[in-house]
Structure formats: C-alpha cells, structure tokens
Write a protein that binds this ligand. Structure first.
Ligand code: DLL
Length: 431
C-alpha cells in the first residue's frame, strides 16, 4: 500500500502553508548556489520570502540558464552530499545536468510511488520498465518508485523488442512503463511479426509519458491491448517522471503541489495567467536539496483543470500537455501543434499505429505533408478504397487545423519507429 492521505488529501489551506514554508527554505537554499547567489546580487534580491506571492519578485530560470551554469553552478549543497546526477535528453547544445542528494532520490521515489498507486499499481504487480536507463530519468525514476511501492521490477530498458516480449510473456508482466510511440511499435511487432494473440499477455496497465500524445492515442492504445493506459508527466530539471500523474479517473494529472509550486504564464509576455487559462507551465522545486530551481520555464503548454477530483486528492490537476512551445510549427500562417494532427488521425479506424509530419516549401509556399500508416486490410488493390480514406483524412484534418494537408497513405510498419521519444515532425524549411 502506498497512499499518503495526510499529504495527498491535505486541505487546501494546509497545502498552502506547506508550500509557503517549503518555498522560503528553497529560496534560502538556492541563494547558496553560485548561480542564484550571483543572480540575487544582480537584482538586489534577498533570499527570503514572507508569502507565496513573493515568488513573483524572482526572475524565471530557463534552459539556457541551466546551460550557462554547466556543470555544477546550481548545486546548493556541499558536493559530497550529492549521490546522483541525471541529464536532459536535449539534442542541441550542452546537456543540462541535475544533481540529487540521498533525500532527493528518496522524495522522487515517493512521488512516483504515489502516482503508481493512484492508477492502481500494487505490491503484487510485475512491473516491466521499458524506458531507457542511464542519464535519462525515465528508467531509474520509475524503477525506484515501483520498488518503493513494493512491486517486482524488471529493469528491461528500451529497445531489444523481442526480448521484451519474451520477458513480458514468461514473467506475466502486469504493468509496463513505456513511451506511447514505442507501445504502438510493440503492438505492431506482436500482431504483425510475432503473430502472438494479445490474449496470451497478462498486461493490465501501461504508464506512458515522456512525449506529448493525445487522448485519442490513449484510447486507441487501450483498445489495441485491452488495458488501461495512464499518463505520467515530468522533466529532468524537476527530477523526471512523477511531477504529475493521472489517477484512476483519467481526467487530468495531479501535480504534486507539496513538492512543486506551479504557475501558468503567457509564453510571449511572461505574465502569470489566472487559473484555468492555457499557457506555459512554470515550476519551482519545493523540497529539493541538491539543486533547487526557481520558476523554471518548462515550455510545456497546459492549463489547470478547475474543481475537485472524485479521487479525493487535493493537488490540482493539469490537462495533458498539448505540446511544447518549441514544437509548435506555423504553416501558411496557422499555428499547429503535432498533437492536433495526432488527435484527428487516431480517431479514424482505418489508421494504423504510426504517422509522420513533413513540412516543406515549394515555390515560396508552405506544404504540409502527413504520412499515415493504414491498416493492412485496406491495401486490397482497390485504388478507390485508398482514395476514399485519403479524402476522409484530408477533410477531417482540414476541419481541425484549418490548413489542407497532402495526405500520403503508406503500409503498416513502413515509417521509422522509435523505442524512446519519437521524432514526428520533419521541418525541411529549417534544414
Ligand atoms: O521525459 C521525463 C519523463 C520520463 C517523463 C518518463 C515521463 C515519463 P526529459 O527528457 O527532460 O524528461 O523531457 C521532458 O518531455 O518537458 C515534456 O515536453 C515532455 N514530456 C514528458 N512527459 C510528458 C507527458 C522526461 N506525459 C519533456 N506528456 C517535458 C507530454 C511529456 N509531454
């Protein structure tokens, strides 16, 4: 049993009091790191706050600031207190490093265990962790959380798909942790290559995260595997997975507010938005010792869901991440998030498990190409059948994104697949 009612169902007033106390400690501690000490001096800020609203005096921290303080400029405790380091999975520039004390690792495991329990994982479960172990936080983060809960953890890592399936069958895995794109790929290999009936698997739950995905994708994965799929959000700068987790109601992700102070801002102006408005999530660590981070701009777009969750947890829920401010692309002047395209595709029964978005420019005009894998049965040699699917997809996409795409239908398994975070958008205008 891993449920902390005194913390998870805490009254709003008490939660605010906890946040105020922890925020004061965090600001004081952050002032001991070389990066924040210099920053506070520059702005004439005292590392002290009296009330939660005082956080507004402090500037945002960005990915670039983390890079500038590479490697250890934000560490706030004597270095011998640090027991673990992780890094972000960024593909450009220097990685951003995050350092943890023993207590930080323990707290992170507790938050993950809370989330796992909330979606129904128990001590009796066999938990196969299909995320990459190493600098990436998806492997060790969920590993420690699932162990804390008492489940049997199989540290399978990502990739090596045939071995994964073998372990999955032989050990009667009941819960997996995986990216949504890898789960689609696994489904393809099981059905089309290994031809194993899904009834042979004991799977009940998949925890998915690490990349944006739509509600339609969740439903499609649930139908393919006959399981429940739950969303887990996090980022390495804030430990990793487990910042926010769905509960059994699948209606938003509870953000653990005793460990993170959350704000939603207008990404263009930095203005803090009223509750319920969509914008960029900004997070402050409230209990981290090794590397406190103040007002970190996640670049993730979401909003708070108003009202209480029937599960009784009082920590506010965020909507699933719509995308990242830097994932949004503009075609013919229209702003589009890949998740909008995914949401349309995954509702259409003829669509199989993978797709890709290519943006190009011909004779000065933007062209949006959507490549879609179509289920095998529809490649029956009748061109008119394919044309009908193509027209349906083009019209549905146009209704939703207001741009007419070129839809290319391809056979299942023909688009590049991923065992980690998928790269779905190729913007040739930037190449
Ligand atoms: O992806 C941590 C993680 C691992 C989360 C496993 C969940 C599960 P980073 O590599 O630092 O850390 O990437 C963080 O990934 O800012 C989001 O843009 C995106 N992301 C993470 N989880 C979700 C999610 C991990 N559930 C970045 N939905 C974040 C949408 C997500 N996007």
């Amino acid at each position: 049993m891993f449920f902390q009612p005194d913390k998870e169902n805490i009254s709003i007033d008490n939660l605010k009091a906890v946040q105020e106390e922890c925020l004061a400690k965090t600001i004081e501690l952050a002032g001991r790191s070389p990066y924040y000490r210099k920053l506070f001096n520059k702005y004439g800020l005292k590392p002290k706050i009296k009330a939660l609203k005082d956080i507004a005096k402090f500037p945002f921290t960005t990915k670039e600031d983390l890079r500038q303080s590479y490697p250890t400029g934000m560490v706030a405790v004597p270095f011998e207190e640090i027991v673990r380091m992780h890094a972000s999975s960024g593909t450009t520039g220097k990685s951003t490093l995050v350092f943890h004390t023993k207590k930080d690792i323990e707290n992170w495991a507790i938050l993950v265990a809370r989330g796992l329990y909330a979606v129904g994982v128990r001590k009796t479960d066999i938990f196969q962790n299909m995320m990459n172990y190493g600098l990436f936080t998806g492997g060790l983060g969920l590993h420690y959380g699932a162990e804390k809960l008492g489940a049997l953890v199989i540290p399978a890592g990502s990739g090596n798909t045939k071995k994964q399936i073998e372990l999955w069958l032989d050990l009667k895995t009941t819960v997996i942790h995986i990216t949504p794109s890898y789960l689609f790929y696994l489904g393809h290999v099981i059905e089309e290559e290994e031809k194993i009936p899904l009834s042979k698997f004991s799977l009940k739950i998949a925890i998915v995260g690490a990349e944006p995905h739509s509600e339609e994708t969740r439903r499609k994965l649930e139908n393919i595997f006959g399981i429940k799929v739950f969303n887990c959000y996090g980022l390495s700068e804030m430990n990793g997975p487990g910042v926010a987790f769905e509960c059994e109601y699948q209606n938003g992700l509870h953000l653990w507010e005793d460990h993170y102070y959350a704000e939603i801002i207008n990404p263009d102006t930095g203005e803090v938005l009223p509750e319920g408005k969509e914008g960029e999530l900004v997070l402050t660590t409230l209990a981290r010792e090794g590397m406190p981070v103040i007002r970190y701009r996640t670049r993730d777009i979401t909003k708070f869901i108003k009202g209480r969750c029937p599960c009784g947890r009082t920590h506010r829920r965020i909507e699933r991440i719509k995308g990242r401010t830097d994932d949004m692309f503009i075609v013919k002047g229209v702003n589009i998030f890949p998740s909008q395209i995914e949401g349309v595709l995954m509702q259409i029964p003829e669509v199989d498990k993978n797709y890709r978005i290519v943006i190009d420019r011909y004779e000065g005009l933007d062209k949006l190409i959507v490549e879609v894998e179509v289920k095998k049965g529809f490649f029956d040699g009748e061109l008119s059948h394919l044309k009908a699917i193509q027209d349906k997809l083009t019209n549905k996409l146009k209704e939703n994104i207001l741009v007419t795409p070129v839809v290319n239908l391809v056979e299942p398994g023909s688009l590049p697949s991923s065992t980690g975070k998928a790269q779905r958008v190729i913007d040739k205008r930037r190449l």
